[in-house]
Write a protein that binds this ligand. Structure first.
Ligand code: RIB
Length: 283
């Protein structure tokens, strides 16, 4: 049951348990590197984006799937205590998804994901039409993405981790969000609204391949970039759901993404709406 007066945001996506190791440099193919102690945290692009959106003041429901294992129970508890409605998260006999994450001295990362229960996400009975915006990513099956794009009033699709998506599905989304690498897979000149995140350089908004807005990122000491993209996507979707124009949603999301790099883990330093506003006022 969602209460309050924030915008209604549905998030369709993954739940993982993240195993994070800090390393001096990221391993190249065939190389073994020594890391620090493993830190175990709740993650998954869908769950991270849901928590980030709730922290920014939205009323958030997550539609996803976790295992019938202890990780699944822990995931649901962590989501509930962050104010996310989990009545749309089902349980599966598969294990809860896992992600194996290395973070180097500059805060850059590599991630290997084992989907587990995320492969069983099913939105056929989910009330996708009731949200102001539905935010999704690509850690769930293709059929789920197709349904979200077709049924949501406005779908914001984060094309991460990148895989090819049918052009009709992409065209049905209100906005696509990609990082520079993911954007290489998109036919930008055919797409109405694409937001490209560029890390410390900020982000750009393209209309049919032509840049219409660009915002630089605030300068901060970066500790860990894991989850910065998730904070960006959540912030963009929340501000879009509040009725912001493309430039305002971009500027809000750039600040939220930057603030999310201040601590270890995808949810270690997710900002509130008030923090984002304060940083924007200082800019
Ligand atoms: O975007 C960061 C997330 O990607 C991690 O939490 C990990 O679980 C992977 O899904």
């Amino acid at each position: 049951m969602l209460t309050g007066d924030g915008p209604l945001v549905g998030v369709v996506g993954s739940c993982n348990v993240d195993y994070v190791v800090r390393v001096e440099h990221l391993a190249r193919p065939g190389e073994t590197v020594r890391g620090g102690d493993v830190v175990r945290l709740f993650g998954g692009k869908g769950a991270n984006q849901a928590v980030a959106a709730a922290r920014l003041g939205a009323r958030v429901s997550l539609l996803g799937c976790v295992g019938e294992d202890a990780d699944g129970a822990g995931t649901l508890e962590a989501l509930r205590s962050s104010g996310v409605d989990v009545s749309g998260v089902s349980r599966s006999p598969r294990p809860t998804g896992s992600a194996f994450i290395a973070v180097d001295g500059a805060g850059e990362n590599t991630i290997v994901v084992s989907p587990g229960a995320n492969a069983d996400v099913d939105v056929a009975r989910g009330d996708l039409e009731s949200f102001d915006v539905v935010l999704a990513q690509l850690e769930v099956p293709d059929a789920v993405i197709e349904q979200v794009a077709a049924r949501a009033r406005r779908c914001v699709l984060n094309v991460a981790p990148y895989r090819e998506v049918p052009s009709g599905t992409l065209a049905a989304c209100a906005v696509l969000i990609a990082n520079r690498v993911e954007a290489e897979g998109l036919a930008l000149e055919q797409l109405a609204h694409v937001v490209i995140t560029e890390g410390a350089q900020g982000a750009r908004h393209l209309r049919f391949g032509r840049e219409v807005a660009r915002v630089g990122a605030p300068r901060l000491e970066v500790h860990d970039t894991v989850g910065a993209g998730d904070a960006f996507c959540a912030a963009y979707a929340v501000q879009f759901a509040r009725g912001a124009d493309a430039y305002d949603a971009l500027a809000y999301a750039v600040v939220a993404g930057a603030l999310a790099t201040r601590a270890t883990g995808a949810r270690g330093s997710l900002p509130t709406h008030e923090e984002v506003r304060a940083w924007r006022d200082d800019a």
